[in-house]
Every structure is written in C-alpha cells, then in structure tokens.
Design a protein around this ligand. Structure first.
Ligand code: ADP
Ligand code: MG
Length: 286
C-alpha cells in the first residue's frame, strides 16, 4: 500500500510548481548525495545576446546573412539570439535544406551554398580549420562552402538563484557538478562564479558525452544522483539519472517525458524545495 504521506507531499509539491511523477521518486529524493546541473537554460537564463561580430572574410552583412540562414529554423537559444540581432533579413525561400546537430550547431543549404553555424568542434568535424586562438566566452563559428568566414560572440546571464542553490546543496554535503557542451574557458568562468569545484565542471560535452559522464559520476556516488536540465539537448541524460528533473517553460515535450520531476518555472532553487519534500515525506505521519 502507498502511504498517505506520498499524496500529501506530491500534492504540496504540485501547489509549489514541483510535479513529481509518483511516490517512487519522492522516496528517492531522501537519498541523494549528488546533483548534476546542465549549464545553459538551467544555471544560466538561456537567453543569449550577441555581443560582438568578428568578420574574417567578406562583410558583416554577409556573415550575418549566412548565420541567420543557418539558424532560421533553430529553437536553440543561441540560434534565437543570432536571428534577433541586427537588421539583415533573409528569405525563407532561399533555404533549400536544413539540419540541426544537437550540441554542435546547424547546417543549411542556402542559395546553393553549404552553411555551417556552430561550435569550433562542429566546424572541425567538417574538416574546416579555424586558425584563431580559442576566444573567451561562448562563440559561434560560421563557414560557407567549407571556408571559415567569421565568428559571433554571444553571452548568457547566470540566474539569480543559481549560486544560492549550489551553496545550499554543498552545505548539505551534496556534490555539485555542471555539464556543458560549451567550451572550457566559459565553463570554468561560470563554475568559478557559482562555486563549483574545478574538477566538477565538465565541458565540451556532446549530448551522448553527457550520458557517459553521468554514468561515471553515478558510479562514484554512494547514494542517488539527480540530473537537472532544461530539456534542450539533454533528454537522454535526464532519462539516465536516478532522478531527472526538467525545468522551465523552455522544456520540450520530450524532456517532460524523459524526466521524473518537472519544475513549472525556471528557478533552480526549486531543487532545494524538492529535496525538502522528500525529507518532509519522511517525517509527516498521518
Ligand atoms: P549546454 O550543454 O550548455 O546546455 P548545448 O548542448 O545546447 O549547451 O550546446 C552546446 C554548444 O553547441 C553551444 O555552446 C554551441 O557552441 C553549440 N550549438 C548548439 N546548438 C547551436 C546552434 N543552434 N547554433 C550555434 N551553436 C550551437
Ligand atoms: Mg542545455
């Protein structure tokens, strides 16, 4: 039989915007020693802004035109930032093909030209050499017909409650990790601001690398491991955690399906409240 406290805690959770998909997960919340966060959209707002455009070949107008053509159908927060920047407009009719590669970027066929927009790793995986030192920040590289033509710097903001949430988890003796597909410099910078140990900041991860990283972290932890993500490019890893928590309006249907707990807003502090629900469930006797 299911103790009544399950319903009471699940009910309280749902009032607070924490949807728990069953008593099992409430039980598991009691026994957690590791919390793994995704970066973009989870600890950061996931609302990027373009801060600088660096042209290597041609004009800025041409660079932005190709970048926007590549991102035209993207729902990724980086893609949206690029589409919202400046006044270059493109015609959808000129896009003949389009494909997004999770954790990498997008490619498109635009006016007969092969466009790539994404991480340095993405261009390199297409044998395009970016002969520039790694820049500080999140940087999007653009190539046309196998030629690197420039890069676009984008910036995200850390959420208000991220540091407070991490401090509190650490004070409860919980190990805190951050996983990201972003580069090492940016990951380390954000990890420093948030007080995450350097060896627990894992960067340059593709969606499948996040899964193997989480497996490694799980094997080290003695109790349970929570993964918290926003659902963009992290559905596989959400499904793999002892408890997968997705958050925010950004969350896709697939993320809601892959997760065990859904947070109805994008405040990371809800994790602390969810842990309290698990503990409360232990104490309350009806
Ligand atoms: P995170 O792991 O921080 O949540 P993602 O896995 O969504 O980030 O993306 C990882 C990296 O892949 C980004 O930092 C960016 O370099 C690149 N990327 C992914 N999607 C896009 C896109 N649509 N346009 C440009 N770059 C992208
Ligand atoms: Mg993400």
């Amino acid at each position: 039989s299911v103790p009544l406290t399950f319903f009471s805690s699940i009910g309280k959770g749902s009032k607070d915007g924490i949807l728990i998909k069953g008593g099992n997960y409430l039980e598991r919340l009691k026994n957690i020693d590791t919390v793994v966060f995704d970066k973009t959209g989870t600890l950061t707002k996931g609302s990027f802004k373009v801060t600088k455009v660096e042209v290597i070949k041609g004009s800025e107008k041409r660079l932005m035109e190709y970048a926007k053509a590549g991102e035209f159908y993207s729902n990724h927060p980086i893609g949206k930032a690029i589409l919202n920047y400046g006044d270059v407009e493109i015609s959808e009719w000129d896009i003949q093909g389009h494909n997004e590669k999770a954790g990498y970027g997008v490619n498109a066929l635009y006016s007969g030209k092969e466009i790539l927009v994404g991480s340095r790793k993405f261009l390199e995986s297409h044998n395009i050499n970016v002969e520039l030192p790694e820049a500080f920040g999140t940087v999007v590289y653009v190539a046309v017909d196998s030629e690197f033509i420039g890069r676009i710097f984008v910036e995200d903001e850390i959420k208000e409650n991220s540091r407070k949430t991490i401090d509190e988890l650490k004070s409860q003796g919980i190990d805190v990790y951050m996983l990201t597909g972003d580069n090492k410099k940016t990951g380390k910078h954000i990890g420093d601001i948030l007080g995450i140990d350097e060896d627990k900041v894992c960067t340059n991860l593709l969606p499948q690398d996040k899964v193997s990283k989480l497996e490694e972290i799980k094997s080290k932890s003695k109790k349970g491991t929570i993964f918290v993500g926003d659902g963009i490019n992290d559905a596989p890893v959400l499904a793999m955690a002892d408890i997968g928590i997705s958050m925010g309006k950004l969350g896709s249907d697939i993320a809601i399906e892959s997760s065990d707990i859904v947070l109805m807003n994008d405040d990371p502090y809800k994790i602390i409240e969810a842990l309290h629900l698990g503990q409360r469930n232990n104490q309350v006797v009806l």
